[in-house]
Design a protein around this ligand. Structure first.
Ligand SMILES: Nc1ncnc2c1ncn2[C@@H]1O[C@H](COP(=O)(O)OP(=O)(O)O)[C@@H](O)[C@H]1O
Ligand SMILES: [Mg+2]
Length: 272
């Protein structure tokens, strides 16, 4: 149940994590964003639809009646074939796109972390980058230092505090971006295929950093888009999409078995 139905709230972002995404956005929306609820749900989408409008004014459906609920403090993953609508759904949850219809609730503040590590970091050193978004909070120097240090500890980068960001690997840059969000007391992390451009060591480093961020603070919830089945071992729950629809969601092990069964069915079909 959505609470405070009549109280709209402003969507908070760490500006550096957000860039313009699409030139075409739907012209009408019945969607609403609500804040503060008493139950334990950090992310909820109900009956979300999203269409792009072509130059010929034709609506092309991308998301079709997608619903999901993610409990607070959990690490969930969103999987599905290329082009099935994962990034679109994540951007709607982030407030970067408006759904054509449906209802969105996401705990705030929230941050969206993009795929390309080089789009995440803006300052020359690690500590300056993590502190970048804290200017708006009117904190003392000691408070800033303490937040930066706690956030870097959560992502396993305490020893890198004075490092130049240019010397970091892609995965370390992603972790600095996540630390920036944590330093701002972000409650929801929306992470879009962060491990795509990373080597294996970096992939594991980033996923463990997210997991550890959730373990460090019971308030942080993460939704992680991936196409790597093996990453499901870190997840509390998962959502599987196909062709713009949420096909299945539940515990990570059952989603993994579901996808593996689909894959082996598909392989048998093409080999027969
Ligand atoms: N700017 C856009 N204009 C039109 N169609 C788009 C745009 N961006 C994405 N799409 C289409 O929306 C569908 C879902 O895309 P996306 O959410 O990026 O999928 P995924 O992240 O699962 O790979 C795809 O068919 C894609 O081609
Ligand atoms: Mg995508």
């Amino acid at each position: 149940m959505l609470l405070n139905m009549n109280i709209p709230c402003f969507i908070h972002f760490s500006e550096r994590l957000v860039s313009p995404l699409y030139s075409s956005v739907p012209t009408t929306t019945t969607a609403t964003v609500r804040c503060s609820r008493a139950d334990n749900i950090a992310i909820e989408g109900r009956n979300l639809n999203f269409s792009f409008t072509t130059n010929q004014a034709k609506a092309v459906p991308i998301l079709k009646d997608c619903s999901l609920r993610i409990p607070s403090g959990q690490f969930w993953m969103l999987l599905g074939p290329n082009g099935c609508g994962k990034s679109t759904l994540l951007k709607i949850l982030a407030g970067l796109l408006n759904p054509t219809s449906g209802t969105v609730y996401v705990n705030e503040p929230k941050s969206f972390v993009f795929q390309n590590p080089d789009h995440q970091v803006v300052m020359p050193t690690v500590d300056a980058d993590v502190a970048f978004g804290l200017g708006k909070f009117n904190l003392t120097n000691d408070e800033v230092k303490s937040r930066v240090s706690r956030a870097l500890h959560a992502v396993g980068l305490s020893d890198y505090i004075k490092r130049s960001v240019q010397t970091l690997s892609g995965g370390q840059k992603q972790r600095v971006a996540i630390a920036g969000a944590l330093a701002e007391a972000c409650k929801v992390l929306l992470l879009d295929e962060l491990t795509t451009f990373l080597d294996e060591t970096d992939q594991v480093g980033v996923i463990k950093a997210v997991k550890n961020s959730l373990d460090t603070s019971a308030e942080v919830t993460a939704l992680w888009v991936t196409h790597r089945l093996e990453e499901l071992e870190y997840a509390d729950g998962a959502i599987y999409m196909e062709d713009g629809k949420v096909v299945k969601y539940g515990n990570a092990a059952s989603i993994r078995s579901f996808i593996e069964a689909k894959q082996s069915f598909y392989i048998k079909q093409i080999n027969s």
